[in-house]
Design a protein around this ligand. Structure first.
Ligand SMILES: Cc1ncc(COP(=O)(O)O)c(C=O)c1O
Length: 470
């Protein structure tokens, strides 16, 4: 049976159609940075799956009974009950989004010089850990290196690397974290076996083990599909087992909380929770609202269960895979197998005529917008690379990727077919794509506000024998 969207559309938001000419003007005004483009001039927005989903009728209904009391609100109790039911941790601390939970966790547990291993830190997780003076270490598994290799759990942590890192840093690791699914590593899942083994390694050494749980429901679905022992278990039971191996978690409810804003921090350690609540009051708010309105807590309490609905997850995975399979069938190099929330195009492989300091991912992102009004995001050397302060030389990232993130319950199959057509048309003309250079950039997180320009055609390098056609 074909997989269809398991919902009907009750409210619609018009999309403003634009011409290439209009988009050229908009892009010029935006300094060729897609973060600066007004959202109304975008036809299909695949910038992120974070906070961009459509809420259900049940979530909107729950929002109407939001209790906006400053302290002791009923909405908090409903939210806390849902989180405890699924996640199972003793203490639940609401925050306005995931990075606030990360900041509070890192400020509570990390000291300068500490080391925090993760399968792959998300950029805000890394930044919050490094802001305390600790060192964030990525330990992705070896299968993740080959982008084309269709291994089932490429988000796993490298266990040998973890043991080595812990042995080299005895007494200096405040916690270990595993990110499910592994966003920085292509949206790839982490197996239950890997989580169980990380947990054992940490418990043998008395080190707290945390999950970055943003996409916990998508990861649970992957475990059900790909790990034999879990085929007959429900998603909620898989999620409960996964959290049972951890001592706490950080969560952005903008992903698998199915909400437009929100997050939380959990722990089983009462003393840690007490210290975290002190910090929470300082910047987020009282522990029964933590920077959110009561109605936001209600939307999350409902959304967490909706993310675990098997029909929803079946559709979510099928629709992401649909985009990936169509692009791959047309010859576009993507990270294989497709992840849960996004398709990642290997821009360096697609545009071999562009050297890495001409940012192939950014060049492709700009062309996608100009050609079809589609917004995507570069997750390559613009986002993760840097410029050496002394020599001015670019230090590239591990990969040059373009991410097409799929908002939850927002776009229909015909809109995704449009994305496929646009990408394939660009693919057919790929040798014409010009590289880009950075004209201006801030010191940190440059992708948000840098100003770019196209490299003059004469300067387009001839790389790996592929000529840049004029
Ligand atoms: C894996 C991961 N962790 C943490 C975050 C941060 O969450 P937020 O954007 O809610 O601060 C994100 C956001 O995209 C993420 O993907």
């Amino acid at each position: 049976m074909p997989v269809i969207e398991p919902f009907r559309i009750k409210v619609v938001e018009p999309i403003q159609m634009t011409t290439r000419r209009q988009r050229e003007e908009v892009l010029e005004e935006a300094g060729k940075n897609l973060f600066s483009v007004p959202a109304e001039s975008i036809i299909i927005d695949l910038l992120t799956d974070s906070g961009t989903g459509a809420m259900s009728a049940r979530q909107w209904a729950a929002m109407m009974v939001g209790d906006e009391s400053y302290a002791g609100g009923a909405s908090f109790r409903r939210f806390e009950a849902a989180v405890k039911d699924i996640f199972g941790f003793e203490r639940v601390i609401p925050t306005h989004q995931g990075r606030a939970a990360e900041r509070i966790l890192a400020s509570t547990l990390c000291q300068p010089g500490n080391v925090v291993p993760n399968n792959t830190h998300f950029d805000t997780t890394r930044a919050n850990i490094e802001a305390t003076g600790a060192v964030a270490v990525d330990l992705p598994c070896s299968e993740s290196v080959d982008l084309q290799e269709p291994a089932p759990f490429k988000g796993n942590m490298d266990l040998e690397g973890l043991v080595k890192s812990l042995d080299e840093n005895v007494g200096n690791v405040p916690f270990v974290m595993v990110t499910v699914t592994n966003n920085g590593g292509g949206g790839q899942p982490v197996s239950m076996e890997n989580i169980r083994r990380v947990s054992r390694i940490c418990r043998e050494r008395g080190i707290p083990f945390y999950l970055d749980a943003c996409r916990f429901a998508e990861n649970s679905f992957f475990i059900k599909q790909r790990e034999d022992a879990y085929r007959s278990l429900s998603l909620i039971d898989i999620a409960r087992e996964m959290f049972g191996y951890a001592d706490g978690c950080t969560m952005s409810a903008k992903k698998d909380g199915m909400a437009n804003i929100g997050g939380f921090l959990c722990t089983n350690d009462r003393e840690v929770a007490r210290q975290e609540e002190e910090l929470l009051i300082l910047t987020e708010g009282f522990p029964t609202y933590g920077g959110l309105a009561g109605r936001d807590l209600e939307a999350i309490a409902v959304g967490l269960y909706e993310a675990l609905d098997p029909d929803y997850q079946t559709y979510r995975h099928a629709s992401t895979r649909y985009l990936g399979d169509k692009l791959a069938a047309g010859g576009v190099p993507i990270i294989q197998p497709p992840g849960g929330h996004a398709i990642y195009i290997d821009a360096a492989a697609m545009l071999p005529h562009l050297p890495r300091d001409q940012f192939p991912g950014q060049a492709l992102a700009l062309e996608l917008f100009l050609h079809g009004g589609i917004r995507s995001v570069e997750t390559g050397s613009v986002m993760f690379g840097s410029r050496d302060a002394e020599s001015g030389k670019e230090i590239p990232a591990r990969n040059e990727l373009l991410r097409l993130a799929i908002p939850r319950r927002v776009y229909t199959q015909s809109q995704i077919d449009y994305v496929v057509e646009v990408v394939l048309e660009i693919f057919a003309q790929r040798h014409r794509i010009r590289g880009v250079r950075i004209v201006e950039q801030p010191q940190r997180l440059r992708h948000f506000s840098a100003v770019f320009d196209f490299v003059e055609r004469e300067a387009v390098a001839i790389n790996e024998g592929v000529l840049a056609a004029p």
